[in-house]
Design a protein around this ligand. Structure first.
Ligand SMILES: NC(=O)c1ccc[n+]([C@@H]2O[C@H](COP(=O)([O-])OP(=O)(O)OC[C@H]3O[C@@H](n4cnc5c(N)ncnc54)[C@H](O)[C@@H]3O)[C@@H](O)[C@H]2O)c1
Length: 358
């Protein structure tokens, strides 16, 4: 088991990464305070891992809330089901919410924990690669609104993250690839060595080699922890972790959150953002080409549906990163270097959008 620490000043917590953690009583006893828990999971994960988790929870009072599976259920209505379960089980402030699942479960359960009785403890038990490398760490929680992704939510740090790498064995290939997109993102914006490593070891990751997975999860969490420690609320540097996300969120919203997985939309968005960076003269043409090759080898899409540049811009303007009307975009400035820009030649953005969205 590998242990990392996240320190955001007002809150410090550990991330445990390794095999066999969900049924491990000692690990869970360290992570979970108190005797009452609500396990929030989804209909796909429950039959796979709920029993294993129960076996590790010992004599606690365990209530369960099984949500419908999928991004389209990341809604206020689904959030209401978690509150119903909390109230129904008469849980109070000493309860802990356990989010067992992917990023959707983590975000919904996290927001429920943030707001139930003004906040109860939250432990993230991520079961997708995306959740293990990204969404379970850093404290962003929330749900979608028909008008945009993650528009309703809160910053709320978990008190622990336990990432059992054994759970990745049952993850569909497409979901694994979506998680790989976020790992490649860290390579682009922070760690050129990680990018090189992914180029050299992608086959091992795709084959779910245990050491390769542990390596990318630990390195990704280290990077995320370092960035979040500097800027929990995304007033500055944390925004670079949104590389590809503003374009990606537009793609997700335009397609009703159904055509593409989040990681797939991010993959396409990263390529568009890299091309935009090149068009602005910030990086040379080799960088987007290299990114495109790696994304394709990972089986990730690199082209969006052509729903029109005007629609894309409209949806990007709904994104939370918009400040005073300007669409702020994360751009690449070199290998492992990224920045956020709000002032740029608008015609370059228009040309980029026209190229990709028609
Ligand atoms: N909070 C953050 O900082 C943050 C960061 C990135 C992404 N996100 C959010 O995360 C969500 C995407 O997360 P995701 O990709 O994990 O999607 P997800 O939660 O929808 O999970 C993907 C699918 O895999 C299934 N699944 C989960 N674990 C499994 C396992 N071990 N074996 C088999 N199937 C399994 C789920 O039931 C689901 O069908 C998006 O809503 C995105 O906005 C949040």
């Amino acid at each position: 088991m590998k242990t990392l620490e996240v320190d955001v000043g007002h809150s410090r917590y550990q991330i445990a990464i390794g095999p066999g953690l969900l049924g491990n009583r000692a690990v869970l006893d360290t992570a979970i305070p108190g005797r009452s828990v609500l396990v929030v999971t989804d209909a796909t994960v429950a039959p796979l891992y709920l029993e294993r988790l129960r076996s590790g929870l010992g004599g606690r009072r365990v209530a369960e809330c099984v949500l419908p599976d999928g991004e389209r259920h990341k809604t206020l209505q689904t959030l209401g089901r978690v509150f119903d379960a909390l109230v129904g089980a008469r849980l109070n402030r000493d309860a802990t919410v356990l989010a067992l699942g992917g990023g959707v479960v983590g975000d919904v359960a996290g927001f429920a924990a943030a707001s139930y009785q003004r906040g109860v403890a939250l432990v993230q038990l991520p079961t997708t690669l995306l959740a293990q490398v990204d969404s379970s760490v850093g404290g962003k929680t929330g749900v979608n609104h028909p008008g945009g992704k993650n528009l309703i939510g809160a910053f709320y740090q978990p008190i622990a993250v336990v990432a059992d790498t054994d759970t990745l064995a049952t993850l569909p290939d497409r979901e694994l690839r979506a998680g790989i997109a976020e790992v490649i993102k860290y390579g682009c914006v922070w760690d050129p060595e990680l990018f090189d490593w992914m180029e050299g070891n992608l086959e091992a990751v795709l084959a779910r080699n245990a050491d390769a997975l542990t390596h990318i999860i630990a390195r990704s969490c280290e990077i995320k922890a370092a960035v979040v420690a500097k800027d929990e609320r995304e007033g500055g540097i944390r925004a670079i972790l949104n590389f590809g996300h503003t374009f990606g969120h537009a793609i997700e919203a335009a397609t009703g959150y159904e055509a593409h997985l989040h990681g797939e939309a991010v993959a396409i968005g990263m390529l568009i953002a890299a091309d935009f960076s090149h068009r602005l003269g910030l990086i040379d043409a080799a960088a987007p080409d290299r990114l495109q090759r790696l994304l394709r080898r990972a089986g990730l899409p690199t082209r969006p549906p052509r729903f029109g540049a005007a629609k894309a811009l409209e949806l990007m303007q709904m994104d939370k990163k918009v400040l005073a009307g300007a669409v702020r975009l994360v751009v690449l400035e070199g290998p492992g270097r990224a920045g956020v820009i709000a002032h740029y030649d608008k015609s370059v953005l228009d040309a980029t959008l026209a190229e990709y969205f028609g």
